[in-house]
Design a binder for this molecule. Structure first.
Ligand SMILES: Cc1ncc(COP(=O)(O)O)c(C=O)c1O
Length: 372
């Protein structure tokens, strides 16, 4: 059955963080939240859990653990032991707990940038120092600077990676990730890999490669959640995969009394998502690919090819405007501003919305880009 991604869904009255941020005349293309309904198999699973009538404190169900292990094996060929898994209410808490678990006193967190902005707060949150390693634009893609990473890793305890990359939309290849994991192994750096966008691969010639198994010498904390893929980011559930026992113990110790467990509806939704083998996701990816292509037509080589995620990273450094955010707002567009990501001169555009909304946004975007 064809999924209808085209008909806009009115989100007013839901206190949607995406939609209440700006006045009504502004269209929001900022936070990574899609304007599509979640699939029925997830909504039905939630309804049937609600029908039980008691929503008490809940442990991660064995059926969820199975669903996740099978999902990881089916999609990425990675077998993980149940004892390696720590269920938490979100990937952002996970990257912060990871840094708390792995940092020495006053230690250093190395971060390839630009990056999803909560990464940039992690060093200060965990009492460490931040060391950025800027990505380099190589034609139609952004790549890591391995010489710079090799030098900086010598001083670092932890490296925070977004794989696939948010905001540049890179799906790193196995070879690229191999180089990175080898650097981490050589310098005894704990690699924290946020793989929340792993299922949103748009380019047919790209695949998602899980980072952790590439070098068994590298200590890793890998974070997964189905919340972006199935548009359930308000149902907070994620899982950290931590093969090293000591590191896992420290991660759990950092969490104690501060970071609780996901709730029963969060677990139920995630389990239904990990079990999904329908054609909902392939249809979503097709639709997103179409949206990406439309965006690319409007922005040209301001944006590299978006291989993964539903986020476009657009170079607007040539615009002669004093305040980038206000410039786009004046054109009726709520975008994420590059400086937040340590990427001055760029904006990030979330294209996961019905085509009619996108087309209106693109009209405004075209006008804003030629008005600078
Ligand atoms: C790379 C990345 N990590 C984490 C998150 C948020 O994760 P959570 O809502 O599970 O904390 C996002 C949301 O946009 C993201 O893009």
């Amino acid at each position: 059955m064809n999924v209808d991604f085209d008909t806009p869904v009115d989100r007013s009255g839901t206190s949607s963080a995406k939609w209440i941020r700006y006045p009504e005349k502004v269209l929001p293309f900022w936070v990574a939240d899609m304007d599509f309904r979640s699939p029925d198999f997830i909504l039905d699973a939630i309804r049937s859990r609600v029908d039980h009538g008691i929503l008490g404190y809940t442990r991660p169900p064995a059926s969820l653990v199975d669903a996740f292990q099978n999902w990881l094996q089916r999609n990425y060929g990675w077998d993980v032991d149940e004892s390696w898994l720590v269920w938490i209410p979100g990937v952002v808490p996970g990257i912060n707990l990871a840094a708390n678990a792995a940092l020495s006193q006053n230690g250093t967190v190395l971060i390839p940038t630009p990056v999803y902005y909560p990464f940039l707060d992690v060093p200060a949150n965990s009492g460490g120092q931040r060391l950025d390693s800027p990505l380099i634009r190589d034609g139609d893609r952004w790549v890591m600077d391995y010489d710079d990473l090799e030098n900086k890793a010598a001083d670092a305890d932890v490296l925070l990676l977004a794989n696939p990359q948010n905001p540049t939309g890179r799906a790193y290849t196995q070879q690229e990730l191999q180089q990175l994991t080898d650097i981490c192994a050589r310098h005894d750096v704990v690699l924290v890999s946020d793989e929340i966008h792993s299922a949103i691969i748009l380019e047919p010639d790209c695949t998602h490669c899980v980072t952790a198994p590439l070098n068994e010498q590298t200590k890793t904390i890998s974070l997964f959640a189905p919340t972006k893929t199935y548009n359930i980011p308000g149902l907070s559930c994620a899982v950290a995969v931590i093969p090293d026992r000591q590191l896992r113990r420290r991660f759990n110790a950092a969490r104690r009394g501060l970071v609780g467990s996901p709730g029963p509806l969060d677990f139920t939704a995630s389990e239904a998502a990990f079990n999904d083998q329908t054609d909902w996701l392939p249809q979503l990816l097709d639709y997103l690919r179409g949206n990406r292509d439309r965006l690319a037509e409007v922005v040209g080589d301001r944006m590299t090819r978006v291989e993964a995620t539903y986020l476009g990273w657009i170079d607007v450094s040539d615009l002669e405007v004093a305040d980038i955010e206000s410039h786009f707002l004046q054109h009726g567009l709520g975008l994420s501003i590059g400086s937040q990501f340590a990427g001055e001169g760029f904006v990030r555009f979330n294209f996961a919305c019905p085509r009619p909304v996108l087309e209106e946004g693109l009209k405004r975007l075209g006008a804003a880009l030629s008005a600078g």
